[in-house]
Design a binder for this molecule. Structure first.
Ligand SMILES: Nc1nc2c(ncn2[C@@H]2O[C@H](COP(=O)(O)O)[C@@H](O)[C@H]2O)c(=O)[nH]1
Ligand SMILES: [Mg+2]
Length: 434
């Protein structure tokens, strides 16, 4: 029986690795991986800020981060205070909607939202909690809402959101989280020699490498030294692995703004005043934007790809593919549908019940509150999966998984994939007994 591969490389759009010349890396949760203690650290620091600076009641300091509660890709409703999981089509998961830490019943969801489907009006008040840093945020939001409910205090859910975001933002921006991690790296950082092998292999193949992180340099430097201390020759600096190192990049604005780059003086912790019009080896750069990055590096990417897509031969192939797909869809729709007897209907009911049982069993195997990150309880993809599908051509759990493939590999979307390529189909023969 096929199994999902946690180290697999999954392809949403075809990519030829042999044609990739430039590899960009993010730092947090890409080069650096953290233990779950980090979520507790962020949660505790943010909770202290709520109490000490925003005057939340003292009792909030006793709240504890619950690692079993949140998953990635949840949504917080700023107008209603609910924390929920959505499916691929933007419908609320029937058992995945919480008010505070209490799961709402189907009737309660209907009373609040009308239908399970989040319409345009409600969608405006939803905020996505997508990245790995959001676990603590999701848990803190739910715990604070629960506090107000238990204390029978009136509250505006959007104020809770603003306060929690402010607290979380503060603990990152002030460097409290960064200093906390560096003060006890063994506790928070996961050492990984494989990433060094992967980066070196790419360099040996003549690829250009850059690091683009929102984190400050001292934090990245401390983390990289710690993670690579057993595998990197002590005379070498980790910065030599990259052609360009950019810290405090201010993503996502980096991609759209016109901020200039500044050269960062690592000895004096200051920014220099000279204009940056080239990237020198061993120098660290701060801020900047994509436009200047492309102007300086001239790593513009192949424009021929767009030209090819505009050519008539390509477009006629594309049209042919669309027609074939449409025909396949119609074939599926017209097959089956026979006359339904009572026995047929009761069998249907029984099967539905069994399906329901199996679904909830499967869900519990992931996370008892919200189930799987990529899947809705129907077995279809979640809204988080939709985001990955939209924004990632290729995805994998760790960059070094690429070591298991040739750097010249052509990565193809599997021919039989429905939405997420890492999902495998379980053959029904698996359940046959005797
Ligand atoms: N000001 C905020 N900073 C945040 C928040 N969540 C995470 N972070 C910080 O961003 C970087 C991660 O950058 P990356 O480019 O390396 O992935 C790291 O320093 C975090 O501390 C936030 O909500 N507000
Ligand atoms: Mg990151």
């Amino acid at each position: 029986m096929p199994k999902m591969n946690p180290k697999g490389i999954y392809v949403n759009k075809n990519v030829r690795l042999d044609q990739l010349q430039v590899y960009g890396f993010d730092y947090d949760y890409t080069l650096a991986h953290y233990s779950s203690d980090l979520q507790t650290l962020i949660y505790d620091l943010a909770k202290e800020y709520l109490v000490n600076e925003l005057r939340y009641p003292e009792v909030c300091t006793s709240f504890k981060y619950d690692p079993t509660f949140p998953i990635r890709g949840l949504y917080y409703d700023k107008s209603k205070g609910c924390l929920m999981k959505l499916d691929f089509f933007g419908s609320i998961e029937p058992d995945g909607c919480f008010f505070g830490r209490r799961r709402l019943s189907h009737t309660e969801i209907r009373d609040i939202y009308g239908t399970r489907h989040i319409g345009r009006d409600h969608a405006r008040s939803l905020v996505g909690l997508m990245d790995f840093f959001c676990f603590s945020e999701a848990c803190l939001l739910a715990d604070i809402v629960q506090y107000f409910v238990d204390a029978k205090l009136e509250f505006d859910a959007s104020y809770i959101y603003e306060d929690v975001i402010r607290a979380i933002d503060h603990v990152h921006r002030s460097g409290l989280v960064h200093r906390g991690i560096l003060s006890d790296p063994h506790r928070y950082l996961v050492k990984n020699g494989k990433i060094l092998r992967y980066l070196k292999m790419l360099r040996e193949r003549g690829k250009k490498l850059f690091l683009l992180t929102n984190s400050p340099y001292y934090f990245v430097d401390g983390g990289m030294r710690f993670m690579l201390e057993d595998s990197l020759d002590c005379r070498d600096s980790w910065t030599e692995l990259f052609d360009v190192v950019i810290a405090k990049a201010n993503k996502p604005q980096f991609y759209t703004s016109e901020h200039p780059f500044r050269c960062y003086d690592t000895k004096n912790d200051t920014l220099t005043f000279t204009k940056v019009d080239e990237f020198l080896p061993d120098k660290i750069y701060y801020h900047g934007c994509l436009k200047s990055f492309l102007q300086i590096t001239k790593w513009n990417g192949p424009e021929s790809e767009i030209q090819i897509q505009n050519e008539d031969t390509y477009r006629s192939e594309q049209a042919k593919l669309h027609i074939i797909q449409e025909l396949l869809g119609k074939l599926h729709a017209t097959a089956s549908s026979s006359s339904r007897t009572t026995a047929f209907n009761s069998l249907l009911e029984e099967l539905n019940e069994e399906r329901q049982k199996a679904r909830s069993k499967m869900k519990m195997m992931f996370n008892r509150s919200f189930g799987a990150t990529f899947l809705a309880s129907t077995g279809q993809e979640s809204a988080f999966a939709y985001n990955i599908h939209q924004y990632a051509d290729v995805y994998t759990s760790k960059p070094e998984n690429f070591l298991l493939h040739s750097p010249e590999a052509w990565l193809h979307v599997p021919f039989d994939v429905k939405i997420m390529p890492h999902h495998v189909k379980v053959p029904s023969s698996l359940f046959k007994t005797g």
